[in-house]
Design a protein around this ligand. Structure first.
Ligand code: DC
Length: 222
């Protein structure tokens, strides 16, 4: 990563709206987007496909160094297979969270993520974009929302995609995943000291987009 490339980091728990906000901000600025959660989801899927135990850090790192991924607009292919929908299920999210808890796995994905920082700029969405991956970013957002609201949003998203969804189960899974992501030793889900915290519960997503854009204008004169 060249530190001169402008980067906006948007971190926060699942369903806080960071993916949508990152996409919209990037579109408005004409910048690239890094959906870092997708990388962990891909690795979780590849691990499950390979029949490897989720505790086998060494083998998971080997997979991380081998998988071939193509992002083509909205669709994602892994080793030639279209996995766009497969990585969005709740079980794929849970597998992602398990592989993401291992420090060696996180280290293996670090350079891959940093290579996304190219001119004219990058909007990076994840859990540790502001703390670990792009600590030099001048605009860091930490987005939250209540667990109930996040479960409702996820439920709506899954239904729209025609995927199975159960609100009570989703709330429980979100709380369980949050606890694991916040409690892990390696890059836990915490705001960077210089991040701005925004609670999106009951807030129009477009208002958050405008707020992030205002901060980008100030920091990067874009
Ligand atoms: O944002 P998401 O729901 O697609 O992320 C899936 C999982 O990946 C999430 O439970 C935690 C993990 N993750 C991470 O540890 N670090 C990131 N930068 C992004 C995601």
């Amino acid at each position: 990563m060249t530190e001169s490339v402008p980067v906006i980091t948007i971190d926060g728990p699942s369903g806080s709206g960071k993916g949508t906000i990152a996409q919209r901000v990037a579109t408005r600025l004409g910048w690239r987007v890094l959906d870092s959660g997708a990388l962990y989801r891909l690795l979780g899927l590849a691990t499950a496909n390979a029949g490897i135990g989720f505790e086998d850090e060494f083998k998971i790192i080997e997979i991380a160094n081998k998988i071939k991924v193509d992002f083509d607009g909205d669709s994602i292919r892994m080793d030639g297979q279209d996995v766009t929908d497969l990585i969005r299920t709740e079980s794929a999210g849970n597998n992602a969270s398990k592989v993401a808890a291992m420090p060696g796995v996180r280290a293996a994905l670090l350079d891959w993520q940093r290579r996304y920082a190219e001119a004219p700029g990058l909007v990076a969405d994840g859990r540790d974009m502001g703390t670990t991956v792009f600590p030099h970013a001048k605009v860091k957002i930490f987005l939250t929302a209540s667990a109930e609201e996040r479960a409702r949003r996820r439920h709506k998203q899954l239904k729209e995609k025609g995927l199975p969804a159960n609100l009570a189960a989703l709330t429980a899974e979100i709380e369980e995943r949050d606890a694991r992501d916040r409690g892990r030793a390696a890059s836990p889900l915490v705001p960077a000291p210089d991040a701005i915290e925004i609670d999106s519960t009951g807030v129009d997503i477009e208002d958050v987009v405008e707020e992030v854009l205002r901060r980008a204008h100030t920091a990067y004169a874009v």
